[in-house]
Write a protein that binds this ligand. Structure first.
Ligand code: BGP
Length: 478
C-alpha cells in the first residue's frame, strides 16, 4: 500500500502538436512540427508532407469531448495539455490573435470544467511557430521574448477564469541538446557555439520569468511552473574522472533550473562563461526580471536514467535504439524497445535532489512506457490491449514517487502520465510507440479509423485514482 496526500492531482499529459491534428484548420499557422515528419533525427521538409503523422495526429481537435469524457471516466483531477501557439498567433509576431483558435481552447477548458477536471496548460511544447523559426532563427533572437510575452498575455487574459495551473516551456533544458525541437532554432546544432546555446536558454528563461510575472498579475490565484526533463546520471565507473564528468553535466542542468527557480546564474555558470571568454547579450532589465519572478513550482518529465563516462573511447556512445539521450548502458537496468533505461528508483532520487536544492513543490507531469500494443478482442467482444507491462512500469514509478513523499518528505503536487490517450511520439514521430490508457486506431502508414478503445491499464488507472494511490505497491508485494 502506498501513501499519496489528500488532493493529489492525478491525471494525464499531452501536447498539441502530437495530439490535436487539424494542423491548418480555423486559421492555424504552421509550426516547426509541420515540417518535421520523422522526429529529431529526420530531415526537415519545405512544406507539410502527407507522411507527417502529426498533421492529423490522433485528432483531439475534433474528438476532445469524447477524450475528456474518457479521462473523466478514469477519474482525472487534472489534464495536462498545451496550447498551440500557432492557433493563437499563426505567424507568431503579429499583433492580433486568431479568434477561432482562442475559441477552440475555450471549448476544451469548458469541457474539462464540466467534468471537474483542472486543466494544466503548457504555453510552449516543442512547436515554435515556423515563421519565427525561419525569420528569427527561433530563440536565438531576443525579439522572441516580446512575441512570447504577447502570446502569454493573450492566453492568460482570455482564460483567466478557466485555467489556474500553467507551465512555461516544455523540457526547457532540452534546448542544449535539441535546439531545433526545443527552441525553434534552424541553424544546425554543430554550427552553434557554446555561447549560442546559452543565449537561447537565457532568452527563454527571461521570457519565462516575464510569463510568471504576467500570470501573477492577471490571474492572482493561479500557479505557474517551469518544466525540466530530468534524467538522473550515474558515473559509469567509480573512476573519479567519471564523477567529475557527472558534476559538469549536473552544473549545466542546475544552471537552467537556478535561473527559473532561484532567479539567478550560479557561480559555476558565471565562471564557465568567463573561462570560455564570452558574455551573454542581455537586456538591462534581464537579471532583475529573473530575480523578481521565480516559478511557483517545478515540474518534470521522467523516463530514464543514464551513465556518463569521461573515457575518450566512450565518447558519443549511447544505449542502442535511444535517439534522445546519450549515455552508456547501466548493467543493473532493463531497457524499453526504444533503448530507454527503466529506472523507477531514479525517480525517487531526482525528486529528492530537486526538493533538497529548491524546496519548491514538484509536479511529475510526464512519465510512462512507450511500447508496441496489440489490439485484441476480450471475452465480452470489446477491443482492448492487455498491457500488463505498462501497468507494471507505472506501478513501480508511482511506488517510488510515494516513497519520496512518505519516507523523504518531498512535496509532490501531482502526477500526469504521458500520452494518456495514444498520440504521435516526439523523438521518432511514430504511432506504434504508444503510451496511452486508451488505444487510438491509427497506424504509422496513416491508416486507421481513429476510434478509441480502453486498454487494461485504463481500468487499472481508474482504480489507482479511485483509491488515491492506495493500490500502488512495491513489486515484491505482488
Ligand atoms: C518528452 C516530451 C513529450 C513526449 C515524451 C515521450 O520528451 O516532452 O513530448 O513525447 O518525451 O517521448 P517520445 O514521444 O519520443 O517517446
Amino acid at each position: 500500500m502506498a501513501y499519496f496526500p489528500k488532493g493529489f492531482l492525478w491525471g494525464g499529459a499531452t501536447a498539441a502538436n502530437q495530439y490535436e491534428g487539424a494542423y491548418n484548420e480555423d486559421g492555424k499557422g504552421l509550426s516547426i512540427q509541420d515540417i518535421c515528419p520523422h522526429g529529431i533525427k529526420g530531415e526537415l521538409t519545405q512544406e507539410p508532407t502527407k507522411d507527417n503523422l502529426k498533421l492529423i495526429a490522433t485528432d483531439f481537435y475534433h474528438r476532445y469531448e469524447e477524450d475528456i469524457r474518457l479521462m473523466a471516466e478514469m477519474g482525472f483531477k487534472v489534464f495536462r495539455m498545451s496550447i498551440a501557439w500557432t492557433r493563437i498567433f499563426p505567424l507568431g509576431d503579429e499583433e492580433t490573435p486568431n479568434e477561432k483558435g482562442l475559441a477552440f481552447y475555450d471549448r476544451v477548458f469548458d469541457t474539462c470544467r464540466q467534468y471537474g477536471i483542472e486543466p494544466l496548460v503548457t504555453l510552449s511544447h516543442y512547436e515554435t511557430p515556423l515563421h519565427l523559426a525561419r525569420t528569427y532563427d527561433g530563440w536565438r533572437d531576443r525579439r522572441m521574448i516580446q512575441f512570447f510575452e504577447r502570446y502569454a498575455k493573450t492566453v492568460f487574459t482570455r482564460y483567466r477564469d478557466k485555467v489556474k495551473l500553467w507551465l512555461t516551456f516544455n523540457e526547457i533544458n532540452s534546448a542544449l541538446s535539441c535546439p531545433f525541437l526545443s527552441a525553434g532554432v534552424l541553424t544546425p546544432k554543430d554550427k552553434l557555439s557554446e555561447k549560442d546555446l546559452w543565449q537561447i536558454l537565457h532568452n527563454e528563461c527571461v521570457a519565462g520569468a516575464l510569463a510568471v510575472r504576467l500570470c501573477h498579475e492577471i490571474i492572482p490565484d493561479a500557479k505557474i511552473g517551469c518544466m525540466m526533463i530530468e534524467t538522473p546520471v550515474y558515473p559509469y565507473t567509480c573512476n573519479p574522472d567519471d564523477l567529475l564528468a557527472l558534476l559538469e553535466y549536473e552544473h549545466r542542468t542546475d544552471t537552467i533550473l537556478d535561473l527559473q527557480a532561484k532567479g539567478r546564474y550560479p557561480k559555476h555558470a558565471l565562471r564557465r562563461m568567463e573561462r570560455a571568454g564570452y558574455c551573454l547579450d542581455m537586456g538591462e532589465e534581464d537579471l532583475r526580471i529573473l530575480a523578481e519572478n521565480p516559478v511557483d513550482f517545478i515540474s518534470l518529465s521522467y523516463y530514464m536514467s543514464k551513465c556518463l563516462s569521461a573515457a575518450p573511447e566512450n565518447k558519443g556512445k549511447t544505449v542502442s535504439g535511444n535517439v534522445l539521450s546519450g549515455g552508456l548502458k547501466n548493467p543493473y537496468l532493463q531497457v524499453t524497445e526504444w533503448g530507454w533505461q527503466i529506472d523507477p528508483k531514479g525517480l525517487r532520487y531526482v525528486l529528492n535532489r530537486l526538493y533538497d536544492r529548491y524546496e519548491l513543490p514538484l509536479f511529475v507531469v510526464e512519465n510512462g512506457l512507450g511500447a508496441i500494443d496489440q489490439l485484441v478482442t476480450d471475452e465480452n467482444g470489446e477491443k482492448t490491449v492487455l498491457d500488463d507491462y505498462r501497468i507494471a512500469y507505472l506501478n513501480e514509478h508511482l511506488h517510488q514517487l510515494s516513497q519520496a513523499i512518505e519516507l523523504d518528505g518531498v512535496d509532490v503536487m501531482g502526477y500526469t502520465s504521458w500520452g494518456c490517450i495514444d498520440l504521435v511520439s516526439a523523438s521518432t514521430a511514430e504511432l506504434r510507440k504508444r503510451y496511452g490508457y486508451v488505444y487510438v486506431d491509427r497506424n504509422d502508414d496513416g491508416s486507421g479509423t481513429l476510434a478509441r478503445y480502453r486498454k487494461k491499464s485504463f481500468y487499472w488507472y481508474r482504480d489507482v485514482i479511485g483509491s488515491n494511490g492506495e493500490i500502488i505497491h512495491a513489486s515484491e508485494e505482488v
